[in-house]
Design a protein around this ligand. Sequence first.
Ligand SMILES: [Zn+2]
Ligand SMILES: [Zn+2]
Length: 335
Amino acid sequence: MPGSSSGERRAVPPVPDYHVHSRFSDGRDDLEGCVRRALELGLPELGFADHLAPACLGEDEYFGRKAGWLDAYVEAVRRLAARHPELPVLLGVEAEFLPEAAAETLTTLAAYPFDYTLCAVHYVDGFSFDESESREAERWHDVDHIFHRYYETLLAAVRTRAFDVVAHFDLPKLWGYRPAADLTELEEEVLGEAATAGMAIEINTAGLDRQPVGEAYPALDLLVRARATGIPIVFGSDAHGAGEVGSSFGHAVALARQAGYATSLRLSDRCDSALCVNPQACRGDASRLSRNGNGRSVGPVTARIRERYLAMLRGDREGHERYLTRFADEEEGGQ
Ligand SMILES: [Zn+2]
Ligand SMILES: [Zn+2]
């Protein structure tokens, strides 16, 4: 199990893990166990991102959750954070984006005080491509189509501007199927929209050490282009058990450095923090984080969801468009 020895502890760089699942969705351990692991590893922040799926996916049945679970989750994370002043514990969520259920998802996101939201696409045209029973599915006979539809869906998700972070950017590669078609243009479009929306992307280590593909999401070349587009990065283990918190983060930080990143985005205050290559050099110094005030002013957009949501509720199409226009102006003025 990754991250279970003291040798591993020394090898884990002090970067936050913002993608951790608990028993509130499909994680095996409780919140407290994950916090204890993060403290053992010396991570500077921990963010829970349990799955949020629209009702049409029947999430309650799938995850064994009951109505009202989200209220309980929010309260439990907040209580836990209060019990651990030594570690910032953030309330996040991994929100499933289904175009046909976008309004429902945005409504839910707006109704809760999330510190950040991960945007995830695990379904293309009703095909849940990352479940183990989907590995040999007929649908994979057209790998290009799956990737194409995936990026189109992700593009629609990013365009809602309702999310802070793109989760596992190139997820359809998980089983090792690779597209023959050149998807550069579509990928660039998603990256460009993510940059405009002030989103970050995560380096997700599940692909690296727990899935057949054997590499992180996203691949290095995408990461290089993300950096060139000005998109900040965060790190996520996609832990489904406390032992996976911070999993392969040494590798992830090396990958970020290879792509040219010198900082990662800290979600508690939206500031950049230096990426330390040598964990020993940074140990006990996790607070020495650069606050360069470069005004990632735009930064992720959680706070703006409410405005968009209210416009949607009013069915005020004009207001909605005014909002988007103002957002674009701010982006230009803020650079
Ligand atoms: Zn996911
Ligand atoms: Zn996840």
